[in-house]
Design a protein around this ligand. Structure first.
Ligand code: GRF
Length: 202
């Protein structure tokens, strides 16, 4: 009988600043042995990020690089770049990472760094997306996974998922509905990218 071989996987670093529910969705996805990625590192710029606990519980290596300990963005980014050198990372997934990264950081990772955003980009770049969609009387919203470029929330779109906006939605109820879509979209997008990066199965 032919022996089953483990498919090759790409190595992920996930950057968080808070709750980390998208990170947890990726952790769940990686539990499936056929998922073509593994999480090598979870990095947070905030020592109190809730998601760190979930990552540690899952046995994932964590790094805290507190942006407040650095006197400017470039020094903070250099510390993150240096930390990354210790790992063999193929793809960075920003998952609620609340620091803007400059081209100093993004350029060496261009095409190898993605973000998830809670709107149907190019609509509602930036913060408070749900408040703005409600104020505009929209009937539909969603989430977007995209490559990271120096212009915020502007890189090439990899995947979008949509959901309806109900008449009685508040920013919180809408955020919850969009988040359900995010938790599907992010693992799907990582799978798509990994399948392109990995050599075809022989
Ligand atoms: C998500 O809505 C994500 O789209 C946005 O920040 C939020 C992070 O949530 N970038 P979580 O930390 O993944 O739970």
């Amino acid at each position: 009988m032919p022996t089953e071989t483990t498919p090759d996987k790409i190595n992920l670093a996930i950057f968080i600043s808070g709750r980390g529910s998208n990170m947890s969705a990726l952790i769940e996805a990686c539990k499936d042995s056929s998922f073509p990625a593994r999480i090598e590192l979870v990095l947070s710029n905030r020592p109190d990020a809730k998601g760190l606990e979930a990552a540690q519980k899952a046995g994932i290596q964590t790094e805290i690089i507190d942006h407040k300990a650095y006197d400017n963005r470039e020094h903070f980014e250099n510390a993150v770049l240096t930390a990354l050198k210790t790992y063999d990372i193929d793809l960075i997934c920003l998952a609620g990472f609340m620091r803007l990264l400059s081209s100093h950081f993004i350029t060496p990772w261009a095409g190898r760094m993605i973000n998830i955003h809670p709107s149907l980009l190019p609509d509602y770049k930036g913060l408070n997306t749900h408040e703005r969609a409600l104020a505009d009387g929209k009937t539909e919203t969603g989430c977007t996974v995209h490559y990271v470029v120096p212009d915020m929330d502007s890189g090439e779109i990899i995947m979008q998922r949509r959901c309806p906006i109900a008449k009685d939605d508040t920013p919180d109820t809408l955020a919850g509905r969009v988040l359900e879509q995010e938790h599907i979209a992010y693992p799907d997008a990582v799978r798509m990218i990994a399948q392109k990066l990995l050599p075809p199965a022989s």
